[in-house]
Ligand binder design. Structure first.
Ligand SMILES: [Zn+2]
Length: 554
């Protein structure tokens, strides 16, 4: 599962907790009669954050180009509204008298709360159609499945009814011909201002893709564009919004400014992977493989989110393209969105620390450590073992549906191992290792707030309980606050690394399930601590003030 998908799932899991808490006092409704619950609009769960970046090194042309890319992104926003809600969304928004309700409708791109299981927050709107506006509202799954309709499973089309009422396929390039032509013209105008000729070529290919619904060539070419300071992800990309079948892609855009300093540091750290692989705290047969450093990892500031990427919970890392043919031949790019991470750190991680972390260690919670932990998590995916040691097959094939949670858990713990080793080697400069450990612990609270219902939630719980049992995380009974025992931390880290690498190398499905069932649980004491976060009204996610005015360009 992509990191992004994981973040979305985590977001969905929060709602389950809130639901249980909110409904705990009331008797459950009869199963045969379940009126649709209408919830309150709650715009306050999204903390405001202004998207900016240091543009001082950019030329006037590049700044102008950013403006054009934002204009194109705004077209994607319009198209996404029409995919998810309908063509009449603007007049509908204007008709909402209550300011909070209208704001919440804008944040959710419709009247359903995306971080509370899509429950309606307005009377009379009913349940969210699982097919959003991709399909006719009166179409059943059976009707779709039985229809003879070439291309009906396409990524880039609507299903509509013709004048006789029969189902028909309408390509996006036809339904949105005028808007897509306008967006393509903006990308071509931006290409004229680009300083990287490769990036200019990419923009022209992407313009052609928008008006033809043929994206593969531009996706393939994008993998080769390396020397650009500005980047843009634009088009119909993810299919989560089509909850009916998962076939149809939603329009979205990210306008990005590359963080050259961090990107260079990341590529330098990748060079250490072979030595780090050799030093893994596990028997030789579990670390004989050559670590992979093939994925392209860079840091960016996002200056504009539009469409699907701006709806509900916000992603802080992108892994693209999705096209499997491109992935097989070229791999993927991992884009780390630094200022969006900053937003989550300032608005969520720090407030959590204020409630749950011991005063004496509060100073060790830093953005640099938060960012580095996230980055090294990505690099650490390259360490360890991809095939079982007895030659039965890949770890993924042996561990099936629990494989991604073990892999994510491994990346988290080996990321910390990498930091520890690089720090010992003097590669991280003048930083305090304790910052990484305390910030790591605080981030675990942020993650387990999403509940233990998802596979990733369980992996986070296993990690938390492992550190607690090992005495590396310590809870003070009187204050209810936590601190890291630095003596125990390294031992716990080594033991957990060894455990996860061994489970992977053995392809030990039963072992993973046993670990998850015994330790992937939220104990009552911790639940009480998490409830304190809810009581403190700590935001659940973020929303952005964004645009050329925020960037100081025109
Ligand atoms: Zn990961």
């Amino acid at each position: 599962m992509s990191f992004r998908n994981f973040l979305r799932q985590s977001g969905a899991a929060i709602s389950i907790c809130l639901f249980v808490v909110a409904c705990g006092k009331e008797p459950a409704p009869e199963p045969e009669f379940q009126p649709l619950q209408v919830v309150e609009p709650r715009p306050e769960i999204y903390a405001d954050f202004t998207l900016t970046s240091d543009l001082s090194e950019l030329s006037e042309n590049q700044k102008k180009m950013i403006g054009l890319l934002i204009d194109a992104a705004q077209i994607m926003d319009d198209l996404y509204w029409r995919q998810t809600y309908g063509d009449d969304y603007e007049s509908w928004l204007e008709s909402i008298a209550d300011a909070d309700t209208r704001r919440f409708a804008e944040l959710n791109y419709g009247p359903w709360d995306r971080l509370d299981g899509d429950k309606p927050f307005m009377q009379g709107v009913g349940a969210k159609p699982p097919g959003a506006n991709f399909y006719p509202k009166d179409m059943s799954k059976e009707e779709f499945e039985q229809a003879y309709l070439p291309g009906k499973k396409g990524l880039y089309s609507f299903i509509r009814r013709n004048s006789e009422g029969a189902l028909t396929v309408v390509p996006y390039s036809v339904a949105f011909a005028d808007e897509l032509k306008a967006a393509a013209d903006l990308l071509r105008a931006a290409a004229k201002l680009a300083e990287s000729t490769d990036f200019a070529s990419y923009l022209k290919l992407r313009a052609a893709a928008l008006i033809s619904d043929e994206y593969q060539v531009s996706d393939m070419f994008w993998m080769d564009v390396r020397d650009n300071d500005i980047d843009v992800v634009i088009g119909p990309i993810e299919t989560y919004e089509d909850a009916l079948f998962g076939y149809r892609a939603s329009y979205e855009a990210y306008v990005l400014v590359k963080d050259l300093e961090w990107s260079n540091r990341l590529s330098r750290f990748a060079d250490f992977l072979p030595a780090l692989q050799e030093g893994l705290p596990v028997a030789d047969e579990y670390k004989w493989e050559t670590p992979g450093a093939d994925s392209d990892l860079n840091a960016y500031d996002v200056v504009y989110y539009a469409g699907a990427s701006n709806a509900g919970g916000k992603t802080i890392a992108i892994n693209l393209p999705n096209d499997e043919a491109v992935q097989l031949s070229r791999g993927t790019r991992r884009l780390q969105l630094k200022n969006a991470m900053r937003a989550k750190f300032d608005k969520i991680v720090e407030p959590i620390a204020d409630v749950l972390i011991d005063e004496s260690q509060r100073k060790h919670i830093t953005f640099d450590a938060f960012f580095a932990n996230t980055m090294f998590h990505e690099v650490a995916h390259g360490l360890g073992i991809k095939n079982t040691i007895d030659g039965r097959g890949t770890v993924q094939d042996m561990l099936l549906e629990v494989s991604s949670s073990v892999e994510e858990g491994k990346a988290d713990i080996l990321g910390l191992y990498m930091i520890t080793e690089l720090h010992k080697a003097g590669e991280l400069g003048d930083v305090d290792l304790r910052d990484y450990y305390v910030t790591f612990m605080t981030s675990v609270f942020r993650s387990i707030r999403f509940g233990a219902s998802s596979a990733h939630g369980k992996a986070n719980m296993v990690r938390f309980n492992f550190f607690l049992d090992s005495g590396a995380f310590v809870r003070d009974a009187e204050s209810g606050r936590y601190h890291v025992d630095f003596q125990q931390m390294e031992t716990a880290m080594t033991n957990l690394s060894r455990l996860l690498l061994t489970l992977q190398g053995d392809g030990d499905y039963a072992g993973v399930v046993k670990l998850t069932e015994s330790r992937g649980i939220i104990e009552p004491e911790l639940q009480g601590d998490l409830d304190r976060l809810t009581d403190a009204n700590i935001p659940v996610d973020i929303t952005f003030q964004q645009g050329v005015a925020e960037l100081g360009i025109n």
